[in-house]
Each structure stands twice: as C-alpha cells, then as structure tokens.
Design a protein around this ligand. Structure first.
Ligand SMILES: Cc1ncc(COP(=O)(O)O)c(C=O)c1O
Length: 385
C-alpha cells in the first residue's frame, strides 16, 4: 500500500463499544478530545494479522514467542540503533502496571521517587499507590521558551532516600523530544544520586518534526544503560492501546531479576491478539506510521495557526512529538478550563491531573475535519462566555 491509500479522514463510530474515550460523557454532544487514544482505524496490515490470528480459532494461554520477540528486537535496531538481547526484554500487558511495579521493586516504603511535572498522571500516582513519597519538580522554560527539566531545582529537591527518577521521553503532555544533552545531564544526575531511571519512551515513534530524532536513553552510554529501565509499546503509535501489549528492556541483570520477582504472579500474560498486533505493527506498519505523521504534522500546523490568530491568550508552545497539545489557559482566567469546555461540547484532559493547573490537554490524533470542529467549539465557547 502507498501512504496515500490509508484512511485518515473518516473513523468508525465508537459509541457503545465500551470506549473509554467516547463513552465517558453522558452528553452525546460532547466531542471527546482527551485520553491518548486516536480516532483512526488501525493499519490494515495490523487488522489482517489480527484476522489471521482470529481465524486460527484457538485462544489458549500465550507466552512471549519468537515472532513478536524478533519483531521488537529488529525494530529497536532499525528504528533506534539499539541492539537489545532477547533476555533483556519483558512483554507486559501495559506500561502503567510496569511503572507502579517499579515503585515496589526498586524502593522501600520509607524512600522517595522523583519525577517532573506536568506529566502523565500515573507518574504522579504510582509512588502514592506504593506508599512511597513523591518528589515532583516542575519543568522550567529554557532560553528558547521550551519546557525542560529544571536540574537546579532537582538538585535542591533530591534526598538521600530518593531511589527512582521517572522520565517521560518524548514528553507527554508537553510534546518535547529531549535532546542528547538534556538526557545526558539527567543520566549524570541519576548517577550522582544513585537513582534508577525509568525511561518511558512510549511516544518515541510519534515524532512529526522531521528535524528531530529520538535518543533512547539507554543508548547514551553503558553507565546510564546499567541503571535504566526502558519502557516502550506499539500502542500509542499504532493506536492499539486496548490490545494491551507493551514491553520493558532492562540490561542490568540484577534490576531485571528484581523486576521479574516483583511482577511474578501479579502481571498477566499478554494475550494472543496483543502479540499478533505488536509483531505486525513493527514488521509491516512503517508506511502507515509515516502517513500518520503527515496527518499529525498538518493537524499541528492547524493548531498553531488557530491559536496564533483566533485565541492568542492561549499559550501553545512548539512541540515535536505526540498527538497531545498542552494548552496554557491561564490567560483566559477560567476557573476550571476543562469543565468549561466540556459544558461547551468539547472534552479535554484536565491539566490538574498532570500537575499543571490552568492547562488542558487536547488530543489531535483525529481527522482534520474533526479537529476543526473541536477548535470551532473552543472559539465559540470563549466568544460566548
Ligand atoms: C507516557 C505514557 N506512558 C504510558 C501510557 C499508557 O501505557 P499503557 O496503556 O501501556 O499502560 C501512556 C498513555 O497515554 C503514556 O502517555
């Protein structure tokens, strides 16, 4: 198939399918542009693989097997220059359980976990669920007016009992791709304070800015690799989150053993459809992914034009990756921006959950026409308030 043959203009109706995104609102008039789940159908190559697996007709227990394992290892080498041994890989039914389990596996109850906000909400809740202390350091703006890690504030906040740093790279919700220098500085910070680095790289194949490249944290150097737990999945890129297939890469044998001991008997196996979709995505999904990036690039340009011309009070900073726009609404002085827009027919993620009050997150992983409808609703809501 050529990139132009994929359908990114119409989407199946999802109401009534138990969709977290679409069935959330009691009012059917609310257009959901919140959770990180795109409206597009999966790549036909993946649907074909799932159909073939379905036709087999037997759905017994599955174990990590050669096809998905080889697909992941080849993908890491091809896409990210990362040579990984099969023994370092663990298939998981999700990264959120992995983040929570890392808090249990690598820290004790009197220890603390560091991250930087705003950030994907489970990073902030996982330490609490494990009854560990959370140290969350706000991101700061650099000289180019881009969000970045605030290393001075991190130095001031880190404690002798801090054991983990949870990184989101590329970053949800700010959409930045951290450069080598930023990642190396973080790696050095983790070394100096003897922190294990959980590097959640689930958005690494959603870089729509053609001048930007993702660096896998564990490829920076051996010392950083030895303290890094890399978390990845095909789920965001290929819009497969409901199929629950993710994986970790842990090079350090001791950390791997600890992780494996902690997940034993708690984490379920990935199911046969998750494996089939994961293998198909990495083996046959590249053209679809490239076509998706074109759509995201266009949607991003529409967002930039819209905020600059229609609502300059909303600050939308440049981003390079993801389909999630982080919008600073503070200039509008709305008491609860997400609720305000929901009352006006637009369902957005509330910034507070990310540690970013006064902000909302808008999912632009949808056809351009749907994005325009959402933006029209936003403009009307502000005009008529
Ligand atoms: C940074 C990040 N990690 C993890 C997840 C979810 O991972 P999973 O569905 O594998 O639990 C998301 C979903 O939006 C995310 O943005």
């Amino acid at each position: 198939m050529s990139t132009t043959e994929y359908n990114f203009t119409s989407c199946p109706n999802r109401n009534g399918y138990g969709s977290l995104k679409w069935d959330r609102y009691s009012d059917p008039e609310v257009l959901p542009m919140w959770v990180a789940d795109m409206d597009f159908e999966a790549a036909p190559e993946i649907i074909d693989a799932l159909r073939a697996r379905l036709d087999h007709g037997v759905f017994g227990y599955t174990i990590p097997h050669a096809e998905p394992t080889e697909a992941v290892l080849h993908y890491l080498e091809r896409a990210h220059d990362y040579s990984v041994k099969a023994a370092w890989l663990n298939f998981l039914p999700g990264l959120v359980p992995a983040i929570n389990l890392c808090c249990h596996a690598f820290t004790q109850p009197n220890e603390s976990v560091m991250t930087a906000n705003p950030v994907y909400p489970p990073f902030l809740s996982a330490p609490h669920y494990a009854k560990r202390e959370l140290i969350s350091v706000p991101l700061c703006l650099n000289a180019m007016d881009q969000w970045t890690l605030d290393f001075d504030a991190m130095e001031a906040a880190v404690r002798p009992n801090t054991r983990l740093f949870i990184l989101c790279s590329p970053h949800n919700p700010i959409g930045r791709v951290f450069n080598r220098e930023e990642l190396e500085t973080l790696g050095n910070f983790c070394e100096q304070h003897d922190l294990i680095l959980i590097s959640d790289e689930i958005h690494c194949d959603l870089i729509f800015d053609s001048n930007t490249k993702h660096t896998v944290t564990a490829t920076l150097n051996e010392a950083i690799a030895a303290r890094t737990i890399t978390l990845m999945a095909p789920s965001k890129t290929y819009n497969l989150p409901g199929l629950a297939c993710a994986f970790s890469v842990i090079e350090n044998r001791e950390l791997r053993q600890k992780f494996n001991e902690t997940i034993r008997g708690i984490i379920t196996e990935v199911n046969c459809f998750g494996y089939a979709a994961c293998a198909a995505a990495y083996k046959h999904g590249e053209l679809w992914r490239l076509a998706l990036l074109e759509v995201l690039r266009e949607n991003y340009a529409s967002l930039q034009a819209f905020f600059a011309s229609e609502i300059p009070e909303i600050i939308f900073r440049p981003m390079q990756a993801t389909y999630l726009a982080w919008l600073d609404m503070r200039g509008l002085e709305l008491e609860q921006p997400a609720r305000f827009f929901e009352q006006n027919g637009l369902g957005l993620s509330c910034g507070e959950a990310f540690g970013g009050p006064g902000h909302v997150r808008l999912n632009f992983g949808c056809p351009k026409s749907r994005l325009e409808t959402g933006l029209d609703r936003m403009a009307d809501a502000i005009k008529n308030r």
